[in-house]
Design a protein around this ligand. Structure first.
Ligand code: XIL
Length: 360
């Protein structure tokens, strides 16, 4: 009787020890343990809250987190004067409990500017600048010292080429809206790292040049801007050399460089919602391998081209194909991320890991 009991206790203890060792190993092998810079992911807060398996993967791989949607203006100030902080407080809590950097995405973006703001700004053009100041001061001030960095302005240029995007901010306040946004953010939290963030700048030279020129002009006027975010929503056929050249040009400015929204698709889209073109209907083993190579190369380019002091980190935009924004947004089926629909690591995951571990 007693012997059986002792045997049972010993077995259970051994099992617990083995489980603990496995968990530890998984943690040691996670992406963040192998990186010299923060490794982040964007995620929807409700998805994260609802799924403990996803949380485990998130915690073991990442030490930086970006909210995919809940920190955008249309979620925070859905109607005039009514701020909703509860979702952000939830993600902040999660980040703090798990020693993760919380990155703020974003302050000013045409796509998440609420309708009521646009309508009011058109009726009363003088109002918009004051609203921007209030909004940024209140928001960044509330999370001072808690949100490490911000995408202050997102996507101020047209999808292609170097023209400024005709947003409500640009048409009412002129180009100066960008300088103002950075200034207000810096005043509200002088230690926050402030970024300009955009897409296609890794492949569109005109757009990259215009972006760098904008940043140069801001710095000449002593406007506090510290970094450039390459969203890096790329496609398998964007040549690595093109990406390398863009990273080099940007790194030469001395700015911090954040790969802020990384994913890699196979199909194409025209950059507008539902504008996808389905070319591949299934993910073959060869495609998986090629994607792993592309992920690996991207990480190696970041590590070798961007000087260490300028490496703000690499952030994946969702980390499972199940949760990725791509399919819903562009209306295609694709496989952009490093984990599959069943939360299993894809070859792409191991590509990233190899890229992080590779001796340079
Ligand atoms: C996306 C989110 O992932 C989606 O959930 C949302 O429906 C639309 O926005 N560039 C950006 C991000 O800067 O904010 C976008 O995020 C993806 C493209």
């Amino acid at each position: 009787m007693l012997f059986n009991k002792i045997l049972k206790i010993t077995c259970v203890t051994l099992l617990l020890l083995v489980m603990h060792a496995c968990n530890k190993k998984q943690k040691e092998n996670g992406l963040k343990a192998n990186a010299e810079f923060p490794i982040g992911t964007a995620i929807k807060i409700e998805t994260l809250n609802a799924d403990f398996e996803l949380q485990d993967l998130q915690k073991s791989n990442f030490n930086s987190i970006t909210s995919a949607s809940d920190m955008k203006m249309n979620r925070i100030i859905e109607s005039e004067g009514v701020y909703n902080w509860s979702r952000i407080d939830g993600i902040l809590n999660y980040a703090q409990n798990n020693n993760q950097r919380l990155f703020g995405h974003n302050l000013i973006w045409h796509s998440s500017t609420p309708k009521w703001v646009e309508e009011k700004a058109l009726k009363d053009t003088l109002w918009l600048a004051g609203f921007m100041k209030d909004y940024i001061t209140t928001y960044v001030g509330r999370y001072k010292g808690k949100v490490a960095g911000w995408d202050v302005v997102n996507e101020a240029f047209e999808s292609a080429g170097g023209a400024m995007r005709e947003t409500i901010w640009y048409s009412v306040m002129g180009k100066d809206y960008i300088a103002k946004a950075f200034t207000y953010a810096h005043e509200a939290d002088p230690n926050a790292v402030l970024f300009y963030n955009d897409f296609n700048i890794e492949r569109d030279t005109l757009k990259l040049n215009a972006t760098l020129k904008l940043i140069e002009d801001l710095r000449e006027k002593n406007i506090p801007i510290h970094g450039l975010g390459f969203q890096m929503h790329i496609r398998m056929d964007i040549p690595d050399e093109v990406i390398a050249n863009a990273l080099k040009k940007a790194a030469d400015t001395g700015l911090k460089i954040h790969l802020s929204e990384v994913d890699i698709i196979f199909n194409t889209h025209n950059d507008t919602q539902y504008g996808g073109e389905q070319i591949y209907t299934e993910l073959t083993d060869d495609m998986k391998k090629a994607q792993a190579e592309k992920y690996k190369n991207l990480v190696i380019m970041y590590r070798s081209i961007v000087p260490k002091a300028q490496q703000y980190g690499i952030t994946f935009w969702d980390f499972t194909d199940r949760d990725s924004w791509i399919d819903g947004f562009f209306s295609i089926t694709d496989w952009p991320t490093i984990y599959d629909d069943n939360l299993q690591p894809k070859p792409a995951y191991f590509g990233v890991l190899e890229g992080l571990k590779e001796e340079l």
